[in-house]
Design a binder for this molecule. Structure first.
Ligand SMILES: N[C@@H](CCC(=O)N[C@@H](CS)C(=O)NCC(=O)O)C(=O)O
Length: 198
């Protein structure tokens, strides 16, 4: 299966870690989503990565849906099936993804808008969303158990990306998240290779 990828993307990192954890090989296709390459747009009309081309040519996109497919194909090794575990996992996964979504928009404001058209209150609003999400992750992170789930990979992906893009701007007041990601790298050594990087 082929995964449209970029090494810096937190969502790609999440998918690659989940696939590696359950032993499903993915071939990465280096993709600059910002350049809107035709092959990506043909696969994902939203023009976003990650997008996965299955062996029969079908396409799956959005990291949550790709991870759900990996979960199905692995006999549910990535998402607990009891309702309480499912809810906890999905809530943390979607919170981590939402932190990434909000903070990426603030980067795009700087990347794609001319300086005179940037709107700081809107950037501040996205940052407030992201920081509220991080505060929830800080409060709940220690409820994640040792069995690795999509929530672990989503949190590790976004924290690795924050380390890359927002270093020094999110750690204060969030010691559990800082400690958790260090422990995660020991529990899942492939993190060092698969985490977001420039
Ligand atoms: N909710 C999506 C977010 C994916 C996303 O925002 N990917 C970024 C790269 S990290 C992207 O493709 N951006 C290009 C764009 O928004 O046009 C997911 O979980 O896969």
């Amino acid at each position: 299966m082929r995964l449209f990828s970029s090494p810096a993307s937190p969502f790609v990192a999440k998918v690659r870690m989940a696939a590696q954890h359950v032993g499903i090989p993915l071939e990465t296709v280096a993709t600059d989503a910002g350049a809107e390459p035709a092959e990506l747009l043909a696969a994902n009309p939203l023009g976003k990565i990650p997008a996965l081309i299955l062996d029969d040519g079908a396409v799956v996109f959005d990291s949550k849906v790709i991870c759900d497919l990996l979960d199905r194909r692995s006999g549910h090794k990535l998402v607990p099936q009891d309702e309480a575990g499912w809810l906890r996992t999905k809530r943390m996964e979607v919170t981590a993804d939402g932190v990434g979504d909000a903070m990426i928009l603030t980067l795009y404001e700087g990347r794609y808008r001319p300086e005179e058209k940037r709107h700081q209150p809107w950037v501040d609003k996205q940052m407030r969303k992201a920081f509220r999400g991080l505060d929830v992750l800080e409060a709940e992170i220690d409820t994640l158990g040792p069995d690795l789930t999509t929530a672990h990979f989503a949190v590790a992906g976004v924290l690795g990306w924050l380390d890359l893009r927002f270093k020094g701007q999110w750690e204060t007041g969030r010691p559990r998240l800082v400690a958790w990601v260090e422990r995660f790298a020991d529990a899942f050594p492939a993190y060092r290779e698969l985490k977001p990087r420039a």
